[in-house]
Design a protein around this ligand. Structure first.
Ligand code: HEC
Length: 204
């Protein structure tokens, strides 16, 4: 065999190795972005959600007038990047959308901090809101998990998650009115829900 042939073959072997290593990284990234459905209404939380598009951090939000608590909580919301891109161009969530809400402790004491609140390492819970018309009645499913415990559990269709989100959320059962970089997109694309538009006119 000519030396030049040997070099070409060696290069092909090295490249092949690189391609398959790159494939492995890609498929690992894809699987860490995906929800894995398990038996018994459970699903694995996509482990890469913290690298997704961040849309908001609610602080101590509550849906009752009398709510007051000593515990403080940030609600960090992340959207998978492909669905985020689709929303940016259409104002709608495509099938396959996964939105993660991470409920994280807010504390004051730590390091040099004297006032205000920052996020601690303690996660109270993780919730998923997933659009999959073939899988969920009504198109969307909610999953909850306590702490960072994995997997999360599907909430039944009778749960208040579905009724509150359906009645008050701005776009397709998602609370886009609290996601400051998304609400204008929905407004411009005309994808706000009719009941949200009615509710905002009533000043709610
Ligand atoms: C009384 C109304 C209400 C109920 C009940 C409710 N939510 Fe929500 N949910 C909200 C609001 C308001 C937000 C926006 C939070 C923010 O901005 O941080 C939200 C946001 C979310 C999000 C982020 C994605 C989205 O749809 O906007 C998830 C995930 C979520 N809720 C899960 C749940 C689950 C699971 C339940 C039931 C166990 C539930 N919610 C019950 C009002 C509600």
């Amino acid at each position: 065999m000519k030396t030049s042939h040997r070099i070409v073959i060696a290069a092909l072997i090295v490249c092949g190795g690189l391609v398959s290593a790159a494939d492995k990284v890609l498929s690992r990234t894809a699987s860490s972005n995906r929800v894995e459905y398990l038996a018994g209404g459970q699903a694995r939380i996509p482990s890469a959600y913290r690298t997704w598009t961040f849309v908001t951090s609610g602080l101590d939000m509550s849906y009752r007038e009398d709510a007051g608590t000593d515990e403080h909580e940030f609600t960090n919301v992340f959207v998978d990047p492909d669905s985020m891109r689709a929303f940016q161009s259409t104002g709608r969530w495509p099938d396959g959308t996964v939105i993660v809400k991470e409920d994280r402790e807010g504390i004051t004491r730590g390091s040099i901090n004297k006032a205000g609140r920052f996020q601690s390492t303690k996660v109270f819970g993780v919730e998923l809101h997933i659009k999959d018309s073939a899988r969920f009645q009504g198109g969307w499913g909610f999953y909850v998990s306590s702490g960072v415990a994995d997997p999360a559990t599907l909430m039944p269709a009778s749960a208040s998650c579905y009724s509150c989100h359906t009645a008050h959320a701005a776009v397709d059962t998602t609370f886009v009115q609290f996601y400051p970089t998304l609400i204008d997109i929905a407004n411009t694309k005309g994808t706000l829900s009719a009941q949200y538009v009615r509710e905002s006119k009533q000043g709610n």
